[in-house]
Ligand binder design. Structure first.
Ligand code: HEM
Ligand code: HEM
Length: 306
């Protein structure tokens, strides 16, 4: 877009956001540093440095299954979000899918016809859901849950302290191998135990086929409520992922990536290498999952019509 075209486009009206964000950012940093200069606040931060001992697992470190779960989750959610956004932005779907009404899946009525984007979204969601259920089970069986669930009232002052430290740009010491800081614990808890279940119950309410069966619920749980909530939940996920990956990469990337991608707590390159491999796999799948290939896969379980 040329400058003249940009100048007259509707986007130009949003340009003021950039200086406004910069001013807000500087104001927050100055405020946090001013706060840290007050002796009472400095004492508070010393008393609550950020990590609540109640969030320490029995043994430091991560189990190998967590690395797989986490990497698969990152892979799947990329396509959950892509397919969701395709549903939102496609006015006239290029293809529709109708399930083969045979075998175990046979019903009295003909199955509903859905767009290929809906098929893609609900299909990937099902894989994401299975991965999530396995994660929940292993998390509780292994005792790892104590790392990502706030477990004492002290978690709150620790989290406030961490927020002030981040905002002052003088960040708290990292030791994710032993336990996460309280703000991390709250963010992981909100993502795993609030946002994900909400995405599922709002998504299921809208799922073609199920939505009809859930009609008796309309008075207490209208489908429009689900539609209203589902999109902001995606915005939450996007914000979480952005901040999460930003902090992973800016607070000792090599060591952090070793934790979650190579299950080791040292300065080797393995974590970075595995992370790189996972990004390549995502990029290859992104290119491979074109509409023509999706139609082919969808064709295995139903009829695809233009
Ligand atoms: C591909 C980009 C990602 C990278 C590089 C990444 C990296 C990491 C790292 C290094 C940790 C451990 C932090 C530490 O040791 O201090 C972690 C933990 C975690 N990440 Fe990610 N992450 C990514 C994407 C995601 C996504 C998409 C989600 C969820 C939507 C997510 C959710 C979590 C959760 C819940 C934990 C805590 C796991 C536990 O201990 O049970 N991550 N991530
Ligand atoms: C099991 C989990 C999920 C199910 C069953 C599900 C199901 C659905 C369905 C049926 C729709 C179509 C709604 C319509 O036709 O108007 C939809 C739309 C959408 N989904 Fe999901 N979804 C799930 C999880 C997610 C997650 C985790 C995200 C993002 C992180 C997401 C993002 C979206 C978006 C952006 C749309 C378009 C919304 C709009 O048009 O306003 N979904 N989902």
């Amino acid at each position: 877009m040329s400058w003249a075209a940009f100048r007259s486009s509707k986007w130009f009206r949003l340009v003021w956001i950039i200086p406004a964000l910069l001013v807000a950012f500087v104001a927050v940093v100055l405020l946090a540093n001013w706060l840290r200069g007050i002796p009472a606040v400095a004492d508070f931060i010393e008393q609550y440095p950020g990590r609540d001992p109640a969030n320490e697992a029995a043994e430091p470190g991560f189990p190998a299954w967590l690395a797989w779960q986490h990497a698969l989750n990152a892979f799947l959610i990329l396509f959950v979000i892509k397919s969701g956004l395709l549903i939102r932005t496609t006015k006239r779907p290029a293809a529709y899918w109708t399930r083969n009404n045979t075998g175990l899946l046979r019903t009295k009525n003909e199955p509903v016809r859905i767009s290929l984007n809906h098929w893609f979204h609900v299909g990937i969601d099902s894989l994401w859901l299975i991965n999530g259920v396995v994660f929940y089970v292993l998390l509780f069986v292994s005792g790892q849950w104590v790392r990502i669930v706030p477990r004492s009232w002290e978690a709150f002052p620790h989290a406030v302290s961490v927020a002030i430290q981040y905002a002052s740009l003088n960040w708290p010491a990292e030791a994710g191998w032993v336990n996460y800081n309280a703000l991390q614990v709250f963010a992981y808890f909100a993502t795993v135990f609030i946002a994900a279940p909400l995405a599922i119950i709002t998504g299921l309410r809208m799922t073609p086929g199920l939505a009809e069966r859930w009609k008796p619920l309309e008075r207490i749980y209208p489908v429009n409520l689900a539609r209203l909530l589902h999109f902001p939940i995606m915005i939450y996920f996007l914000l979480f992922i952005f901040v999460h990956v930003f902090l992973v990469l800016t607070t000792g990337a090599i060591n952090n990536l070793n934790h979650m991608y190579a299950i080791r707590n040292d300065e080797s390159w393995l974590g970075l290498i595995w992370f790189g491999v996972s990004i390549v796999v995502m990029a290859v799948a992104w290119v491979a999952l074109r509409p023509s290939i999706l139609s082919m896969i969808a064709g295995l379980g139903g009829k695809v019509r233009r």
